[in-house]
Design a protein around this ligand. Structure first.
Ligand code: N01
Length: 478
């Protein structure tokens, strides 16, 4: 059996390790960038960190006693993935700097083509291409006329020295909040352009002291225990957001409100920072430092809408010109692209772009009808945003391994979800999504073009349970 894993981020590295452990040695990981790490390679902006605790945002099989903080910085996380890849000797399988542009299923195998013209033929494709991956640039008139430096948060230009500059940050999501908090003391002036206020949960981020790290080194079991405890804690959060009436989501809302009331001192600024929708409706922003940063004298929260960009800066709807040297677009991602723009062709010439013309869908977010032996990690409508995606990927991979066994031991040549099972799954998912906090009156990247959350709307335990064993009646084996 030959495998192509697409993407050397967290999920691609996991796949390569698990396939190797299962005894497969014909595995190539295609990575379009020159380094592994996926989102932790793309994002290098100041203040980058993960708001999932580090001891949870770790592979269960690779606990790390060296985490510096409860929520460790991005470069440290990328370093962790590099170390795990090295420890498991999978770097040799990664083909760097070559993007897969085409995958076509023909004669029972997948034919892969990369941007450099390299071709490969494999039995199984694992798409580990990420979710928050394709930068979304704002549609702002005159953006190209801005004379200063300008870049998206996920394409940070480290050649631009921000010291003493006037910097504008567009956006108020998790990314913008981290950037503003990190830059405030470095720049001369900072404007944050807010279209929508955000609820902010303040969680402290202590360092791990040497004694604590030594205790983890001496007793790796304690890290497993901590991983489990944190997983349960996050399970509670996941359960809270899928039930808009839950006591837990009300508690989170109260914590966010208290943070706003206690920590923003100016009445007028506090009102401008107060969201007009429920906490958790958008993906919750976690920051113990943002309110401190936004109240510094060199920072302006700009709430008048953006009229256009001009060579000197941003003109807002109130007529004011905000002069800037640098403009940062923390404007999020196209979350419905998944493995596209890769051209993927399944059985009988069916094109993924056509199957996903309305919107992406997949059975259990893993398998697409008519695309046999192609499995996705963190595919459409999965548990994104409110779980540790590492834990999610581990469950998904264990499930995919059982589908692969149908090919290696079950005598089948093809396995993929049926159309009926996929449609039924999707209908149940859409129905359940109506009870979630995500549909209580806000705009967010969770919502698809119909306003239906493109996310997993069931309890965390349900996800764990359902990933244990594939229901083979939902699959077609040939
Ligand atoms: O992107 P976003 P992000 N004019 O889509 C605004 C994960 N993450 O990169 O809300 C003006 O959340 C837009 O405004 P509005 C996490 O899952 C995790 O910040 O649409 N503004 C919004 O404020 C997160 O949710 C960590 O009205 C415009 C912002 O841009 C996800 O990544 C850290 C605009 C986009 O926010 C995405 O976060 C960072 C326009 N034309 C990210 N267009 C962790 O710590 C867009 N906006 C794990």
């Amino acid at each position: 059996m030959r495998f192509a894993v697409i993407g050397a981020g967290m999920a691609g590295i996991l796949s390569a390790i698990k396939l190797t452990e299962a005894g497969f040695d014909e595995v190539t990981v295609y990575e379009k960038r020159e380094r592994l790490g996926g989102t932790w390679n793309d994002n290098t902006y100041p203040g980058l960190a993960c708001d999932v605790p580090s001891h949870l945002y770790s592979y269960s099989f690779a606990p790390n006693p060296e985490w510096s903080h409860h929520y460790s910085p991005g470069e440290e996380i990328r370093g962790y993935f590099e170390k795990v890849a090295g420890d498991h000797d999978i770097e040799r399988m990664i083909r760097y700097g070559d993007e897969v542009v085409r995958a076509e299923y023909d004669d029972g195998r997948w034919h892969i083509e990369t941007a450099s013209g390299h071709t490969d033929t494999v039995d199984v494709v694992i798409a580990a291409t990420g979710v928050l991956h394709h930068p979304r640039y704002p549609d702002i008139e005159g953006l190209d006329t801005f004379a200063g430096d300008r870049f998206h948060s996920a394409r940070w230009d480290h050649d631009v020295d921000l010291t003493g500059k006037r910097v504008g940050v567009i956006g108020t999501g998790s990314t913008a909040v981290q950037i503003v908090s990190a830059l405030v003391d470095e720049v001369a002036h900072l404007d944050m352009y807010q279209r929508t206020a955000q609820w902010i949960l303040s969680l402290e981020n202590p360092e791990y002291g040497e004694e604590e790290k030594q205790a983890f080194r001496d007793d790796p079991e304690s890290m497993h225990k901590l991983h489990e405890e944190l997983s349960d804690m996050f399970g509670n959060f996941a359960n809270a957001v899928i039930d808009a009436d839950s006591a837990h989501i009300k508690l989170i809302a109260a914590m966010c409100l208290e943070n706003l009331e206690d920590n923003v001192h100016d009445d007028e600024l506090r009102e401008r920072l107060r969201p007009d929708y429920r906490a958790g409706c958008k993906r919750l922003v976690v920051s113990p430092t943002f309110y401190g940063a936004i109240q510094k004298p060199n920072v302006d929260l700009v709430t008048s809408g953006i009229e256009r960009a001009e060579p000197e800066g941003i003109r807002t709807e109130d007529g004011e010109l905000h002069e800037l040297d640098v403009l940062v677009l923390a404007t999020g991602f196209h979350v419905d692209a998944f493995m596209r723009p890769m051209v993927v062709t399944g059985r009988n010439g069916v094109k993924l772009d056509e199957v996903w013309a309305d919107r992406p869908l997949a059975y259990m977010s893993i398998s697409i009808p008519e695309f046999p032996n192609l499995f996705m990690l963190n595919g459409p409508n999965g548990p994104v945003g409110n779980f540790s995606l590492i834990e999610v990927s581990e469950y998904q991979f264990a499930y995919i391994e059982q589908l692969i066994e149908c090919l290696t031991e079950g005598g089948a040549k093809e396995v993929c979800a049926t159309r009926e099972a996929t449609d039924a799954f999707e209908a149940e998912r859409v129905e359940a999504a109506q009870d979630t906090i995500w549909v209580t009156g806000c705009n967010s990247w969770y919502l698809d073009d119909r306003g239906v959350p493109a996310a997993w709307p069931w309890p965390f335990q349900h996800f764990r349970d359902i990933m244990q064993t594939p229901d083979m009646s939902a699959y077609e084996l040939r």
